[in-house]
Design a protein around this ligand. Structure first.
Ligand SMILES: Nc1ncnc2c1ncn2[C@@H]1O[C@H](COP(=O)(O)OP(=O)(O)OP(=O)(O)O)[C@@H](O)[C@H]1O
Ligand SMILES: [Mg+2]
Length: 250
């Protein structure tokens, strides 16, 4: 059951403005669940709801139900919830610390762990994030001196060291060059072996490459959803066609 998210009748407003308007969606365990859609459609807001980052801004009112592993997310304490539901942002967000201290950060906060155990955990997280071989000789180097793609993989290592159930990724490759982007896409496919992934993107090629399930979010509503990443091609809906037009015009 761990790694399943169910969203029922979710409505999110910021002040008077309705951002998400009646979302029902099932996030499947150990799959890449992609949310695709145009700018301003509510994709980032949907991710923020899932680990209650929306609690941090009083402008939001959230109604409906979000269940993690069958339990309402409001019944978790937020530290526990955010450990279980990790988030990777559009731009890499390394702390101004060494590579090692970035990855060890969450573990040091939550528990007393021996130095030997911590070293093993840092190593295996960096391996799982596909970064170990590039940094293993220089773990004391400042994380801010890594390339953008390396920083993003570092942030993934920092999230997965906590053994989350779900990894939320908000356009994780949009600030990266094509090679770094492709590496992260391959990594997303590896990550689903251990974690449930929710990926937000407006990159259709990326959605096709990595998705097990895709939902199209348009003006705060899910207007189409289906298996794989191909639902766009098979749809006749006007909103999907307009989205495709918008994307190909970029
Ligand atoms: N705290 C807030 N206060 C007011 N409006 C907000 C707030 N947060 C989000 N919005 C509005 O809600 C809409 C959806 O925003 P959101 O960031 O979820 O879109 P998005 O799909 O992630 O877009 P993008 O692809 O550009 O990242 C936008 O119109 C945005 O301006
Ligand atoms: Mg966004």
């Amino acid at each position: 059951m761990s790694g399943v998210v169910e969203i029922k009748d979710l409505v999110v407003k910021a002040g008077e403005k309705t951002i998400l308007n009646g979302i029902n969606i099932q996030i499947h365990k150990n799959k890449v669940n992609t949310v695709l859609g145009p700018s301003g459609g509510g994709k980032s807001t949907l991710l923020k709801v899932m680990n209650r980052l929306t609690d941090l801004d009083r402008a939001y009112t959230v109604s409906g139900e979000v269940l993690l592993n069958g339990k309402d997310i409001r019944s978790y304490n937020t530290i526990e919830l955010r450990r279980r539901v990790g988030m990777i942002f559009q731009r890499p967000t390394p702390f101004p610390l060494s590579i090692y201290d970035n990855v060890a950060f969450g573990i040091r906060l939550q528990s007393k762990t021996s130095r030997e155990d911590l070293e093993l955990m840092v190593r295996s997280s960096l391996e799982d994030a596909g970064l170990w071989s590039e940094v293993k000789d220089d773990l004391r180097r400042s994380a801010t001196t890594l390339s953008g793609g390396q920083q993003q993989r570092l942030c993934i290592a920092r999230a997965i060291i906590l053994r989350p159930n779900v990894v939320l990724m908000d356009e994780p490759t949009s600030s990266l060059d094509p090679t770094s982007k492709s590496r992260i896409e391959d990594l997303i496919l590896d990550l689903k072996e251990k974690y449930t992934v929710v990926l937000v993107t407006h990159d259709i090629a990326q959605a096709k490459k990595v998705s097990d399930y895709t939902s199209l979010l348009f003006n705060g509503k899910i207007v189409a959803s289906g298996e794989g990443g191909d639902l766009l091609e098979n749809s006749s809906s006007a909103s999907i066609k307009s989205f495709l037009g918008e994307v190909s015009a970029r």
